[in-house]
Design a protein around this ligand. Structure first.
Ligand code: SF4
Length: 401
């Protein structure tokens, strides 16, 4: 391990912002637009990402690791102990200084701080706590802070962090205990789930008995990340786990991160075609359906059909496998039924329910409301009639786009 003692703050920032880029548990980045003459800004340099505050605003965050040193050897991680990369750490004051300077220059509205594990989870978590405490109390920083919780850290530290940060996340990384054992032997499900449970308990408690005279405990809630494709879990397993996390621990978001093979390691898969981005995309679509459309994981996939269709989004795929439930009459179907029609989203379903109170809707009205008719027409009737006398067919939808 090459630990650089003498390094400028700028050099540390280059290393520790770059090392943070594989963590997607704040919504973010990933685009590669370079700066252009005569234009301001680029998206190539790591360091700034975007997330959503508790009130739904999109905000830009300084995204860094406190350190890229680590006592663990997770096979998939660029910062693992056995990799021969240059290592460095910030001090709490350095992180505070950078955050304040970036904030004053209007580059960022907040901080996303993660870390490798120095010496022990408690030692690292304590450094992160000191950083947060200084930022809030000495530097008087009142902006958004998303902080990573280190699995295995003392619950007292987790609680203290939760009273200073807006959002916290504990990464699942690998969805099953077997996956963790194989690729992240220093971590266990128990060590990951136990702080999640603690945080969700505190969030529920804060909703019943508001903290008086104290900051609200993680007002923007908690999130996690799962790596897609590093281990052989199916999409069904991934969404079933995500569903359980939403239900049991009130997670705000589960992020899915297509596996990127940054290390040569015989235990890591070689995926033809590179990172499974389409799979990641399908998981996000399914996650959206579970959070906003009332779908359950077991409706979208099952053990006999464990993976999403590469050619159809999960909602179309579900509809084509449940043709007995279609067509639905848009002037009568309830809100939840409308949400299941391909081409009708949350906004358009609400608008349909509101607009049809005045008069029965026709296809022209649906178009104005924002329904994607090229998809929806195969699944609906308006005033009892289909738009085209078309038989729904499994091959039709992909062509409809
Ligand atoms: S704990 Fe594992 S994933 Fe996290 S920095 Fe260390 S090696 Fe990487």
């Amino acid at each position: 391990m090459l630990i650089q003692e003498e390094m400028s703050l700028q050099e540390k920032l280059g290393i520790l912002a770059d090392a943070a880029k594989y963590d997607v548990s704040c919504s973010s980045s990933g685009s590669q637009r370079r700066g252009k003459a005569g234009m301001l800004g680029n998206t190539v340099s790591p360091g700034i990402c975007h997330s959503f505050a508790a009130d739904g605003r999109c905000i830009s965050l300084l995204k860094i690791l406190f350190t890229n040193q680590c006592i663990y050897d997770c096979r998939y991680c660029i910062n693992r102990r056995s990799n021969d990369v240059v290592r460095t750490s910030f001090t709490p004051d350095e992180v505070c200084h950078l955050t304040m300077e970036f904030y004053r220059r209007n580059y960022i509205e907040g901080l996303f701080l993660s870390s490798g594990v120095l010496k022990s989870p408690d030692y690292t978590m304590d450094l992160l706590y000191q950083t947060l405490w200084k930022l809030r109390n000495e530097y008087r920083f009142n902006g958004y802070i998303h902080m990573k919780v280190i699995p295995g850290a003392d619950p007292v530290l987790v609680e203290q962090i939760g009273l200073l940060a807006d959002r916290v996340s504990i990464n699942m990384e690998l969805p099953t205990a077997e996956g963790l054992k194989k690729l992240a032997p220093g971590k266990t499900r128990e060590r990951i789930l136990s702080p999640m449970k603690q945080i969700s308990g505190k969030i529920r408690q804060r909703e019943i008995v508001p903290y008086r005279g104290q900051r609200t405990f993680v007002p923007a809630g908690q999130s996690t990340q799962m790596i897609v494709g590093a281990t052989p879990e199916s999409d069904y397993q991934m969404i079933t786990i995500a569903e359980a996390l939403y239900q049991r621990f009130d997670l705000k978001r589960v992020y899915y991160s297509a596996f990127v093979r940054v290390n040569e390691d015989s235990l890591l898969p070689v995926i033809p075609g590179g990172p499974p981005l389409l799979r990641e995309h399908r998981l996000y679509q399914a996650d959206w359906l579970m959070r906003f459309y009332g779908f359950q994981a077991g409706e979208l996939l099952n053990e006999k059909r464990p993976n999403f269709n590469a050619f159809l989004d999960p909602k179309c795929d579900w509809a084509l496998n449940h043709l007995e439930q279609f067509p639905v009459e848009v002037n009568r179907a309830d809100y939840q039924t409308l949400l299941r029609v391909p081409g009708i989203g949350v906004k358009s379903a609400k608008r349909i329910v509101a607009a049809r109170r005045g008069a029965a809707l026709d296809y022209g009205d649906l178009k104005k409301i924002g329904v994607v008719l090229k998809r929806a027409v195969y699944f609906i009737t308006c005033k009892g009639k289909m738009m085209y006398p078309t038989r729904i067919d499994q091959d039709l939808l992909p062509a409809a786009g």
